[in-house]
Design a protein around this ligand. Structure first.
Ligand code: AMP
Length: 532
């Protein structure tokens, strides 16, 4: 561990001794190198691997993982499955027994056990049980291990082989279930192989990931970098808030993956000549949001500039109309759903509280000051940018807790800094609009307070999902009152499926809504009957 990097704002400071323990190291600032094991400030470079590393402790972990992954397993015995070129099954122990592809019945059984439903293409490969059972480049397998992914999550088990088989997919799975890896692993694999063979000197854009928010783009790009490290695989981030010239320059230098928000991408495409003909994989993350009015036209404009790519679409919530629209983007779309999508993450305990609008602020302060209920770091979701600013100030004044707001009007630099200080524990409470609602991996967050109920139940599902990653338990407190009436039936359903209590007022109100609906329908049919 000879090389060391000193923080940008600290260039004259003397170099410290090499850090022994990971915890002695500080968190990384947004543009600083990160330790490939723990994500803290990657102050040193591990001589053996050239990876950024924070301390001797993480260096030890990195080297022992690498040593393990290089040991011969004595078990590869590939058998190609008929439908795909890219996956094979390996035997777990010796070479004596014969290895056969799974039969249709075995595949069905496996899917049932994993709670996976597949609709559409009958040739969709069976789920994989390990990353090693796909023909991924060895370096990518190493990177997957370094990222700490020991085995695929259920959505990865099915989506990765299907994506590698070049199928277009519409995938729904709970928030925090590993969807990002499901598309990035096939992308890194395909790009690295194509670049090695066809573009050894200058990379061409081969894949594009579109997401609705800049934060999510940053997170996807970060994860792509971890998975693509050491491979011929460069990425470009194309989002508003950062200078366009730098983004354009990066693409012109040669990248394989472009990650961006639709608005900025269109800006870039209309103002500059960028060749997108080579893109053969398009990912729409949070697809339900991407195909809603406002985004849909932009997404379609980008889609038509590409030459019929494989389309991979992901979200926790996929309404029927999105399913219909998705099918227009590719000839054949395989629909994969895992677990109980369209429902709040089962690891999050929901608590619905009936509270009048005028009393919501005081209720929030009570929660934040209660030893029993306050579980920092906390995200409070509100409906408007102004509301976020005002509420964060009011929290600080009334409770003494440091609170900041985050929303689309803040500069990219401010948003990055707020997310950073929230994640390292400098700020215990963030008041956010929808920008933090989707996809963002806020690893440390275990509590979400839905202060203003969003306009749709699927947005609510996404917000609740922020309180848990990879099945860890979290809590979501939601304030409801008469103003959210139109969502009552779906909210009651969402609370019921998670075993949460339904406040009396909500139960009564949703019964009276149902009666009103029934009466309306009855009178409409009487009218229709009378007219006929
Ligand atoms: P996502 O649903 O893609 O936002 O992922 C949620 C979290 O799970 C992220 O912190 C990922 O780094 C992590 N993750 C993704 N796949 C795996 C895996 N196979 N094993 C362990 N962690 C994973």
């Amino acid at each position: 561990m000879e090389s060391s990097v000193v923080a940008e704002n600290d260039t004259n400071a003397p170099e410290d001794d090499v850090k022994e323990r990971c915890w002695d190291q500080r968190e990384a600032l947004p543009d600083e190198p990160r330790c490939v094991i723990c994500g803290r400030y990657g102050e040193y470079i591990c001589d053996e691997t050239d990876d950024d590393i924070c301390s001797l402790e993480c260096k030890g972990i990195l080297l022992s993982r690498l040593a393990k992954s290089r040991q011969p397993t004595g078990r590869p015995c590939p058998v190609k499955l008929p439908a795909t070129d890219e996956c094979y099954y390996v035997r777990d122990n010796d070479n004596k027994s014969e290895v056969k592809p799974l039969t249709t019945d075995q595949t069905e059984l496996m899917r049932r056990k994993l709670d996976i439903l597949v609709k559409g293409d009958k040739t969709t490969p069976p789920p994989i049980l390990s990353f090693a059972s796909c023909k991924l480049p060895q370096k990518l397998l190493d990177n997957i291990e370094v990222a700490g992914y020991e085995m695929p999550t259920p959505v990865q088990m099915q989506a990765i082989p299907a994506a590698l088989a070049r199928q277009s997919l519409l995938v729904s799975a709970e928030t925090g279930s590993g969807k990002t890896g499901s598309f990035l692993i096939p992308i890194v694999s395909q790009c690295a192989k194509v670049n090695e063979e066809h573009f050894p000197n200058q990379q061409m854009p081969l894949a594009m990931v579109l997401t609705p928010t800049r934060e999510l783009c940053i997170q996807v790009e970060d994860q792509a970098k971890v998975l693509g490290k050491g491979l011929p695989f460069k990425t470009a981030l194309v989002v508003g808030g950062d200078a366009m010239a730098g983004q354009l320059h990066r693409i012109q230098q040669g990248v394989s993956l472009i990650v961006g928000t639709p608005g900025r991408l269109i800006d870039l495409l209309t103002k500059h000549e960028i060749e997108l003909d080579t893109i053969s994989i398009l990912v729409l993350d949070e697809v339900d949001c991407m195909l809603q009015r406002g985004f849909r036209e932009q997404v379609m404009q980008i889609f038509t500039a590409l030459s019929q790519p494989q389309v991979l679409m992901f979200s926790a919530t996929i309404p029927k109309e999105v399913e219909k629209m998705a099918s227009t983007m590719a000839k054949k779309v395989t629909v994969i759903s895992v677990g109980k999508p369209n429902k709040p993450n089962q690891a999050v305990k929901q608590l619905a509280i009936w509270v009048d609008s005028k009393r919501k602020k005081q209720k929030l302060f009570d929660i934040l000051m209660s030893k029993q209920h306050y579980k920092p770091p906390v995200i409070v979701f509100v409906g408007s940018r102004l509301g976020a600013d005002l509420l964060s100030e009011a929290i600080t004044v009334s409770t003494g807790l440091k609170a900041l707001s985050i929303h689309g009007e803040k500069s990219m630099k401010d948003r990055r800094e707020i997310v950073r200080s929230f994640l390292v524990g400098e700020i215990p409470v963030v008041v956010a609009t929808g920008v933090l609602g989707r996809g963002i991996d806020l690893l440390t967050v275990r509590q979400v307070i839905v202060f203003d109920m969003p306009n749709s139940i699927k947005e609510y599902v996404h917000q609740v999902g922020r309180a848990s990653r990879m099945g860890e338990e979290g809590t979501a407190i939601v304030f409801v009152n008469e103003e959210n009436k139109k969502l009552f039936p779906e909210l009651v359903e969402a609370l019921k499926t998670s075993g949460a209590a339904i406040p009396r007022e909500l139960a009564n109100s949703s019964i009276s809504c149902a009666i009103q609906d029934f009466e309306r329908l009855a009178s409409e049919s009487i009218d229709a009957f009378a007219e006929s």
